[in-house]
Design a protein around this ligand. Structure first.
Ligand code: AMP
Length: 457
């Protein structure tokens, strides 16, 4: 057996239903807020992330699945979606196609991180981005939408955390203030933090090493160093969030690990998730489009980890039970059974059937394991009478139904779990059944019948 690569995972039947539910909610919410879907390649030029995500980030320095392809080009599996979305925005001049460029994407990301619960090497993100709108009302709408998404997924213990990291004008002053406040204590920081202090002091706020915490907690707050435009932007954002009834907490430690953020940064954290508790995170990145060779356009967005959303969601209903399982005995009956399966499926029902020449008992056992609502039996008797025995599994009721009426009967009320098979008669003969057969008269099912075993094997 060749196992899956460490940090990757299969999503199996039984789990996939939660994913599908989450994806459906995601699509519904995105649509309601005016976002259009876009899909970009999972493989991109390495340079896009070096320039976009930032040379000094952990993602670019340590975590990319980057390699030289057979043509000698440096490429990478994408570690995040924002630079790809920016690339697509510029490459396809999306602002000429869409009145407001609000786009979302769902798909896998790749980071060579240390795997643990909620952290994988291949994981999936919902990515939501808006280009060309600098106004703070959008910041509030994006945060409100993220909160609405989490709510729509039934996650009720989430917390919205907000901060502003300023802009190119005011951030250098804040960085200097950080270094000044650190002073001699910089020598007591962990190795990572000392490195961060040299290249991007804001990143010190990301540190989780216990011995750094008292030092980090005592550092100045970014919101106290904002320039006037950044301060009014932050005030307008928080004022509208309050007006929209979004509960949030301002945390000066929320700087987020990427280089491109300006002004608003935010995260939504889930209470039950343990160490990896960020359900989603994002912010504004007003300089990134230009930095990646596009026009000078504002940008804002967030990325949500689908694994974490799925983990935090409450249990939902299981998969839908099949409408029918068809059991057939004998070659002629089998052919007829397959035609019946085809007709029922074309009529929109979920129908399973057994394959090969297995005993009635074996087929019924399998039928039982599928929890099908009805078992349809086609033996020699039924064939001779152009009929099918319909066993309603919930009630145990059994009726012989004319072949032609089976589709009508099951589609009329495919979920008729509580009702016994109707005692009504049948009219038209099936086109593959012999003329003159007794299929148009309702009859009791033949007596040899069939107890579906209680225990599944
Ligand atoms: P980021 O792109 O790092 O801002 O992450 C945005 C969201 O993606 C996080 O809040 C997580 O929910 C999710 N995420 C990031 N990295 C991983 C990972 N390695 N495994 C699973 N989910 C992740």
């Amino acid at each position: 057996m060749i196992p899956a690569i460490r940090g990757t995972h299969d999503i199996l039947p039984g789990e996939i239903e939660r994913w599908q539910r989450a994806e459906q909610v995601v699509r519904d919410v995105c649509e309601r807020y005016g976002y259009r879907e876009i899909r970009t390649p999972v493989i991109e030029r390495e340079e896009l992330f070096a320039k976009g995500t930032g040379e000094t980030t952990d993602i670019v320095q340590k975590e990319m699945y980057a390699f030289e392809d057979k043509g000698g080009e440096r490429v990478t599996l994408r570690p995040e979606a924002t630079p790809s979305m920016v690339r697509a925005f510029v490459e396809h001049a999306l602002e000429q196609r869409l009145p407001t460029v609000k786009i979302f994407s769902l798909g896998p990301m790749f980071r060579y991180e240390r795997p643990q619960k909620g952290r994988y090497r291949q994981f999936h993100q919902l990515d939501v981005e808006v280009f060309g709108v600098a106004d703070a009302t959008l910041d509030a709408e994006v945060v409100e939408m993220a909160a609405a998404l989490v709510d729509a997924l039934g996650i009720d213990d989430a917390e919205v955390v907000l901060n502003s990291v300023g802009c190119a004008e005011c951030r250098p002053g804040f960085s200097r203030a950080l270094l000044a406040a650190l002073g001699d204590r910089a020598a007591d920081l962990c190795g990572d933090c000392r490195r961060r202090a040299a290249v991007n002091p804001l990143r010190i706020f990301d540190c989780k090493v216990p011995s750094c915490q008292p030092i980090v907690d005592a550092l100045p707050h970014a919101t106290d160093y904002l320039c006037d435009p950044c301060r009014s932007h932050f005030e307008a954002t928080t004022a509208l969030l309050k007006a929209l009834d979004v509960d949030f907490r301002v945390s000066h430690r929320l700087v987020r690990g990427l280089d491109y953020y300006t002004r608003t940064t935010f995260e939504i954290r889930g209470g039950r998730l343990g160490a990896q508790n960020a359900l989603l995170g994002g912010g504004r990145y007003d300089g990134l489009v230009r930095q990646l060779g596009g026009p000078d356009r504002a940008g804002i967005g967030f990325a949500a980890g689908m694994e974490r959303l799925v983990l935090a969601m409450p249990e939902g209903p299981g998969p839908r039970a099949p409408d029918a399982f068809i059991v057939a005995l004998g070659d002629a009956a089998r052919q007829s059974a397959h035609r019946l399966a085809r007709d029922l499926r074309r009529a929109g029902l979920t129908v399973l059937i057994d394959y090969g020449d297995r005993s009635m008992k074996a087929q019924l056992r399998r039928a039982n394991r599928t929890s099908a609502r009805h078992v349809l039996i086609l033996g020699e008797d039924e064939l001779a009478r152009a009929s099918v025995t319909v066993k309603h599994m919930a009630s145990g009721g059994e009726t012989l139904v004319g072949r032609q009426d089976v589709v009508r009967m099951l589609t009329a009320d495919p979920a008729s779990a509580e009702q016994p098979a109707p005692k009504r008669g049948l009219s038209v003969l099936a086109d593959d059944e012999p003329e003159g057969g007794p299929g148009d008269v309702e009859q009791p099912a033949p007596k040899r019948r069939l107890r579906v075993p209680d225990t599944a094997v």
